[in-house]
Design a binder for this molecule. Structure first.
Ligand code: PHE
Length: 355
């Protein structure tokens, strides 16, 4: 018994000088844990005579109470001290004037991608994504573009290694390959994203955006493609009628292939979509080539469908009257505050974009 009183006194001394909660908790488990000193003393009670047990049990209980009290008082003491110290350090001056809240704007390209995604979602397309860094296989070979095909030069590809196995994707079409390889038909997806070609002028930037579309099922034909694009363009430009023309074209991954122009005119310096006799090319499309379907393990005698690739930046320029593509990517804050879009939840104390 005297041993245990000595142990208790030592622990009380220890607790008196402690000022760290974790350490106090360590002491607690040293004493009362599964194999703790006090816990073990209680276990010994079973092997002694009844009288001795009575006495020892009551002494042990007193010691236990004393130590547990000490521990909880100590923890409270340390915590109070810490809070006071924090309060002391972090004084808030409530008389200071508030700072302006700066709210960013949504970049027109992001806005256009959101608009496009929601229009296509309404007619049953889901949204897929693929990486900017692609394999040569997904970007060209799987899309029926053999090694010596002129389309490879046409695309002015940025290769990332000497073996030309990795590249920055030149179009969003590799997402067709990825989507079909990982799932089973039918497929009905769009895939917006960044694309890259070594090209730069007023209407071409080395990095630009496309949205791919792919619809594969048992009976999909060009009529569906036309209907879908017609619907999309009307929704996007918020007009009731549009002029659209399909020009025969060539892509290795579609047969037949077409490029689509929309009719417009310029009225009082503004572009009006759906009227006039000017034409602007906005996308490439066609029926997915049987070789592409074979490459992605889809049976071309059972399934067929269309694909399209739309230039997003160009659509945005047309809709929002932006006449130089390069401005999109110059990250000029003043340009963005003019052409950017307000996010939905603008706090009441927002006083405009501060420069
Ligand atoms: N990938 C083509 C391009 O970038 C566009 C396209 C997509 C054409 C799908 C046909 C089908 O020019």
């Amino acid at each position: 018994m005297s041993d245990i009183i000595k142990i208790k006194d030592d622990y009380i001394d220890k607790l008196n000088t402690e000022n760290n909660v974790d350490k106090v908790n360590n002491i607690k488990s040293e004493l009362f844990g599964k194999n703790g000193i006090i816990s073990n003393e209680f276990k010994k009670l079973g092997s002694i005579s009844v009288e001795e047990r009575k006495k020892l049990a009551s002494d042990l209980n007193n010691i236990k109470d004393e130590l547990q009290n000490k521990i909880s008082i100590k923890i409270q003491e340390i915590e109070t001290k810490e809070i006071n110290l924090k309060l002391e350090k972090e004084k808030i001056d409530v008389t200071l004037p508030e700072r302006d809240i700066e709210i960013g704007k949504i970049h027109p390209v992001s806005q256009v991608i959101d608009e496009i995604s929601s229009i296509f979602s309404e007619i049953g397309f889901s949204v897929e994504e693929g990486p900017d860094i692609e394999s040569e296989y997904n970007n060209f070979t799987a899309l029926n573009t053999p090694d010596n095909h002129p389309a490879r030069d046409m695309h002015d590809t940025f290769y990332l290694d000497n073996n030309k196995e990795l590249l920055l994707r030149t179009h969003t079409s590799p997402v067709q390959v990825r989507t079909m390889l990982k799932g089973k038909p039918p497929f009905k997806i769009i895939a917006p994203g960044r694309t890259y070609r070594s090209d730069s002028d007023q209407t071409h930037a080395p990095m630009f955006h496309q949205v791919e579309g792919l619809h594969i099922d048992k009976n999909i034909h060009m009529g569906h493609l036309k209907g879908c694009l017609n619907y999309f363009i009307k929704e996007f430009f918020e007009v009731d009628k549009i002029k659209m023309r399909f020009r025969p074209s060539h892509f290795p991954f579609t047969e037949p292939s077409a490029e689509v122009d929309i009719g417009y005119e310029i009225k009082n310096g503004k572009i009006v979509i759906g009227e006039g006799d000017k034409w602007l090319e906005i996308l490439g499309c066609g029926m997915v080539h049987p070789n592409v379907l074979k490459n992605v393990k889809v049976n071309p005698s059972k399934y067929q469908g269309y694909a399209f690739g739309i230039g997003i930046d160009r659509l945005g320029m047309l809709k929002y009257g932006i006449n130089d593509l390069r401005a999109f990517f110059e990250t000029d804050y003043r340009w963005l505050s003019h052409f950017g879009f307000d996010p939905l939840d603008v706090p009441s104390n927002y006083r405009g974009l501060s420069r």
